[in-house]
Design a binder for this molecule. Structure first.
Ligand SMILES: Cc1cc2nc3c(=O)[nH]c(=O)nc-3n(C[C@H](O)[C@H](O)[C@H](O)COP(=O)(O)OP(=O)(O)OC[C@H]3O[C@@H](n4cnc5c(N)ncnc54)[C@H](O)[C@@H]3O)c2cc1C
Ligand SMILES: NC(=O)c1ccc[n+]([C@@H]2O[C@H](COP(=O)([O-])OP(=O)(O)OC[C@H]3O[C@@H](n4cnc5c(N)ncnc54)[C@H](O)[C@@H]3O)[C@@H](O)[C@H]2O)c1
Length: 475
């Protein structure tokens, strides 16, 4: 029988979904000489460019710059007014190019990738239907992203809550905003809308930022409260209604009733697997969670899943990393070149398993990579936890008066390598990559001792952490 992979196809690769992950999968395949097409039903660039990373960070940045100036005697005297909300929204609009994708379409053209506008759906093995047209390919990558998951709260859907799209693209700042969900998106949007002048209430089911080191959520909750945000940890909404006046009422399980002009639901996301034709091919959507490290879907030799849709790590940089691995793996497989899919090989997304960097762009920022202490212990690892006050290093006290923050390293005792790092403090995001390099490179603590941080930078925290590890102070 003829090998279907070797028959003539319209494209070597078709990618469904032109978000950051899909774009990179197509790009890396094209760079290796494959013909690639990408299918997009909305805007080329995906969620990140228009409704997630870029607009949310643009909404946050001006307020944080103002707060930074307020912490510096000399600079604070120069502040004469308050945040100009319309100017912040206008800057956000510029970052989304007014929700137009011409620039990204041009980039696709320059990369030699064919754009197919419309909804993509698998219509058979190695076949993608876009509108009336079916296209064949030697490999297909699913990169369809994720969408907000609406929790089953009475009346919620009828109350027309905001999802993250509405929160990041709003043209007006509501007087009051209730946020359900104390994760990354809820926390960032609480800071953004608080700085823009809304009276914000955050309802967190457990603790704020509960998946990070516990002190991270504590410091961030305190900072929100200091800005007048009502943070309610352990709060469970029981019912939601929007009245004829447009005001939303949220009744909590303890009977308390809160009201606001808008309600943001940011309680996690679900992968976009509906109407992709998976079930008709005998592939359960859950199989996308089981991709191997070349992002190949189990039970197939032609279907890949990258980015949010495989639920590995809902982060742009990690989706792009997976896409680079998948694009190169597809190229190697289709051209018969050697495949480096062993751990840390060029075509394996090994870092997904223990070296994922993440930043919450709150103030203080939370920048973390790898495992938390709780995660490491649950994996049965014997660890040393080192913590140090970030405000105590000279670089931090120069950076802002009254700088407060905390740094944590999780060290594998047996191997003397870092498993996880968390930095909480103003502008710590740029500290993170050093920790990511140490984890991905499995650099022994003994060698890190020789990585001398410049004085007086906030990075000097590395020296303090290493001193605590090698020369702990007597208790
Ligand atoms: C508010 C918010 C802020 C965030 N901030 C950050 C951040 O600062 N840093 C960070 O790293 N991550 C951030 N994220 C996460 C980040 O946005 C996602 O991880 C990232 O967008 C995932 O990329 P993707 O390519 O997998 O999917 P997406 O960006 O969702 O792109 C998927 C694309 O596929 C298209 N599509 C879907 N189905 C079909 C179909 N059947 N046919 C054709 N096209 C289809 C969609 O229209 C979309 O364009 C944030 C998320 C949110 C919600
Ligand atoms: N700076 C960034 O990189 C950034 C910013 C925003 C979002 N993101 C990504 O987008 C993803 C989605 O963000 P998110 O904040 O929606 O998800 P999340 O997983 O970070 O947080 C969801 C929160 O909602 C809570 N929750 C879940 N179900 C609930 C319910 N029924 N009632 C009340 N609370 C409930 C969870 O306990 C959790 O605290 C994240 O996984 C993150 O990776 C990244």
């Amino acid at each position: 029988m003829q090998d279907p992979a070797k028959t003539a196809a319209d494209f070597d690769l078709i990618v469904i979904g032109a978000g950051p992950a899909g774009e990179n999968a197509a790009d890396y395949a094209a760079r290796a000489g494959l013909s690639a097409a990408i299918v997009e039903s909305e805007l080329v660039g995906g969620e990140c460019s228009y409704w997630a990373c870029m607009p949310s960070k643009a909404l946050l940045r001006s307020g944080q710059a103002l707060d930074a100036a307020r912490r510096l005697p000399g600079a604070q005297q120069a502040l004469t007014g308050s945040l100009d909300a319309p100017a912040v929204l206008a800057r956000r609009d510029a970052f989304t190019s007014g929700w137009k994708d011409d620039g990204q379409v041009k980039w696709l053209e320059s990369a030699g990738i064919t754009l197919l506008r419309g909804h993509g759906r698998l219509a058979g093995e190695r076949t993608v239907q876009v509108g009336e047209q079916a296209y064949t390919a030697r490999a297909v990558v699913l990169a369809t992203g994720s969408a907000p998951a609406l929790p089953p709260i009475d009346g919620l859907a009828d109350a027309e809550p905001w999802g993250t799209r509405e929160a990041t693209s709003a043209q007006q700042v509501p007087a009051r905003l209730i946020v359900i969900g104390g994760g990354v998106a809820g926390t960032e949007m609480a800071f953004a809308y608080g700085s823009l002048g809304a009276q914000v209430t955050v309802l967190a089911r457990g603790r704020l930022l509960g998946s990070e080191e516990p002190h991270a959520g504590d410091l961030v909750a305190r900072a929100l409260q200091a800005r007048g945000v009502d943070v309610r940890e352990g709060a469970t909404p029981a019912r939601v209604d929007r009245g004829p006046d447009g005001v939303v009422s949220v009744q909590l399980e303890d009977g308390a009733v809160l009201q606001a002009e808008e309600l943001l639901v940011s309680t996690g996301r679900k992968p976009n697997t509906a109407d992709l034709g998976l079930e008709e091919l005998g592939i359960q959507p859950e199989a996308l969670r089981e991709v191997d490290d070349t992002l190949l879907v189990p039970g197939t030799d032609w279907l890949y899943a990258v980015g949010d849709v495989n639920s590995r790590a809902l982060l742009t940089h990690q989706g792009k990393y997976q896409a680079r691995a998948a694009g190169r793996a597809i190229a190697a497989r289709l051209t018969g070149k050697p495949l480096a899919d062993d751990p840390w090989g060029a075509q394996a997304a090994t870092a997904d398993h223990g070296a994922v960097p993440r930043v919450v762009f709150s103030d203080p920022q939370v920048a973390a990579v790898g495992l938390t202490a709780k995660q490491a212990r649950s994996q049965g690892l014997d660890i040393v936890v080192i913590e140090h006050d970030l405000g105590s290093v000279a670089g931090a006290s120069l950076h802002a008066s009254g700088y407060s923050g905390r740094a944590t390293l999780i060290v594998d005792k047996a191997r003397s390598v870092i498993l996880g790092a968390t930095f909480v403090g103003q502008d710590v995001a740029e500290l993170l990559h050093a920790a990511t390099i140490a984890i991905a490179g499995q650099v022994p603590m003994e060698r890190l001792w020789h990585a001398v941080p410049a004085y007086p930078t906030i990075s000097e925290i590395w020296l303090r952490l290493l001193e605590d590890y090698f020369y702990p102070q007597p208790v």
